[in-house]
Design a protein around this ligand. Sequence first.
Ligand code: NAD
Length: 489
Amino acid sequence: MTTTVDAATGEPVGSWPVDGPEQVAAVVEQARAATQSWRELGFTGRKRALQRWAARLVLRADELCALIHAENGKPLDDAYLEVVTAVEHLNWAAEHAHKVLKPKRVWPGLMMANHEAVIEQRPHGVVGVIGPWNYPVYTPNGSIAYALAAGNTVVFKPSELTTGIGHWYVEAFAAANPALPPGILSAVSGPGDTGRALVESGVDMIAFTGSTATGKRIMAAAAQRLTPVVLECGGKDAAIVADDADLAAAADAIVWSAMANSGQTCVGTERCYVVASVLDDFLTELTRRVRELTPGSDPAASYGPMTLPTQVDVVAEHVDDALANGATALFGGADSIRAPFVAPIVLLDAPEDSVAVREETFGPTLTVRAVRDVGEAIRLANASQYGLASSVYSRKHGMAIARELRAGATSVNSPAAYAAIPALPFGGVGESGIGRIHGAAGLLGFTRPHSIARQRFAIPGMALQSFARTESTMSLVRKITARRFGRAK
Ligand code: NAD
């Protein structure tokens, strides 16, 4: 059995049988059997089914949020915002799938002018989705909603820490659509081995959200069958505060980005580079806000416990290492860590080659460094193996700074707006991942283009792809080609 616990108290929440390779294969087979009926529903039928599901998620959000609060630990309002953002994506995918994925006729080119050329986007088939525990609804939903809207069926393996949430979410689809056959969206339960069984089960695509280390293992396993993957992995996101920033607003956004969800946010700010001339004022604003935060699981808590108990040790290691190597604690320190809760920690001048600056800490911590100018901030922000997202605070130069950042997404004068805008693709560069979810790119990623060229009529004597081709045809082709392309200066 796999058992989940309340992240704050350690009390059991629920237990499920662990699915091994045989059970996973049976669920994938049922998902394959359901692909035909799901495709036959067409874009309109699928849209209705997805919107009925969205309605159920909204109408029963209190139940789902209570489960998120227990298994993940975040406050109920944060849980509700997670559900709302997931529903925004679900609705966008449902509404836009037809427009983005409908067949497109393209110009066949002069040589093939007697053909009709069409691109039809086909769903991959069965998509295996493997999810993390930090945003247990929002993150897998970013794959599941788009995969389903594109006409795939889905087998979802939630994190073993948030199995109950995963099952609730999946069961809500069936409950909202009792007339549909089983297998359009199903869940399998268990630890990493169950995820591995899903990758090796012969599914037609894998959409993974989780750590970079697991992402690499999944990509290697998927390579055995050349199964396509989209990998949404870790990050070490930087915020840049320019000298023309609204410092109060920047501090507000950065504190939320770094500390909300106990800092367990893939696109949470972990590093902050501030132009030296505004450092003192910025730190005053930052400290004022950090001081007001209290972790806990009561209704007044600013954020919850650390969900993954072993992550507390990683936070402690990063903080200790930074302090031993010259960083100073602007706020909090080793004493702030009282598992399962970690009070905010802000470190000044942690060395750029320390683990606290280079590796994902995934706790309510922030490193802050003064920089000479925005150019230095950009250089340091980009000097990371990760490249998930970033944020920029500047009244006048936000867009120009954003364009210089090596990341999949950037928000200007707000913490993580791109994640809540369904039309924007989401995903990282470097060790933060490969491929995109969300937006039109997300829908397209859950399909493969099928190119169809139909000969509308034959042109006598002009058959090029034939042994019956004549010399005069070739001579004509040579002349036309020289005219069309041979005159560039
Ligand atoms: P994790 O990698 O430990 O686990 C993620 C999922 O993979 C779990 O369901 C786990 O059971 C499964 N898994 C583990 N080993 C596997 C294997 N060999 N084969 C198949 N599946 C396997 O990650 P986590 O601790 O659950 O989540 C935290 C991480 O997720 C952080 O690094 C965070 O940055 C990242 N994350 C990224 C995004 C994003 O969109 N880029 C979003 C949320 C979280």
